[in-house]
Design a protein around this ligand. Sequence first.
Ligand code: KG4
Ligand code: ZN
Length: 334
Amino acid sequence: MSILTLGIESSCDETAASVVADGRVILSDVIASQADFHSQYGGVVPEIASRMHVESIIPCISRALNDAGVSLRDITAICVTKGPGLVGALLVGVSAAKGLSEVTGLPLIGVGHIESHIAANYLSFPELKPPFVGLIVSGGHTEIVFVDDYNRFKILGKTRDDAAGEAIDKLARVIGLGYPGGPKMDLIGQSGDASKYTFPKTIFKDSLDFSFSGIKTHALNMINQLRMNGQDIDLADFAASYQSSISDVLIENSINACLSITCYNLCMAGGVSANTFLRRKISKRAQEENINIYFPPVRLCTDNASMVASAGYYSYLNGVRDDLSMNAYPSYSF
Ligand code: KG4
Ligand code: ZN
């Protein structure tokens, strides 16, 4: 008999629910994205996000159960993102999960958002097992983590300021691509020359930490300067050069992380791991170093509930149980 976990995700601007079998097989995956709505404001408006989650959460859960052809009676545990994220948004998922757990008596399991992103790899690669190094790059996070076991994580490096996704989204907005800028910047850069513009790349001595505020400020100044001089910026070349430089830093540190602990499996996760420049360059570099590189399909890189159900499955096996005292934790870390 399979163990079925129900995953619920509402940490940012996607309301999502999924049913996953044995942590590995997606039976349903429902996402109600608010991105189009927030795009008119140039970014996520937290209060509006919370209200939209309230409207979507129950329909998403019902649909996920329906699509999987199961009822709550077939579910073994209810897994929900408890943080990090927007507090009001997180609270909607957490409250729904607590309510369902209370009325059904099913175990409640709070899951960290970063652990969930990492678990997208278990859904994508059935044979994959820890240990491996994880590079988690999203709108809010940039971290290199050693995944020693399904429930054991050690942060090897993290950003000291902006996340990589934040640095991409900010510049995408400035060059008029709107929100969310990452996928659009990716697309527009495809026809560009990545060697046209040069950007500073911050690599710390004796640390695998990141800093993206320097490259972001440099790019902003470059655009302002060109505009003041009445010069046109070549958007495709700019997008290609900028993403390529950010990718180089992500790659350098994650390859160094693998080599420093002699771990030859590297898994990428989070929205920015959908980036074409990053995928292409890291694949090449990993091959040169005999490192196996894994990245989930694009749909599983960005926020979804299947990854929550998968991570929650491993917490369930590990004996994790939460109760009604569980809260939303906006700054949660491992
Ligand atoms: O993981 P995610 O859905 O949400 C967070 O946990 O933050 O990641 C969203 C981020 C945004 O910054 C978005 O612009 C970026 O991932 N993103 C991309 C691409 N697709 C999504 N960035 C670069 N290239 C992409 N193809
Ligand atoms: Zn995320």
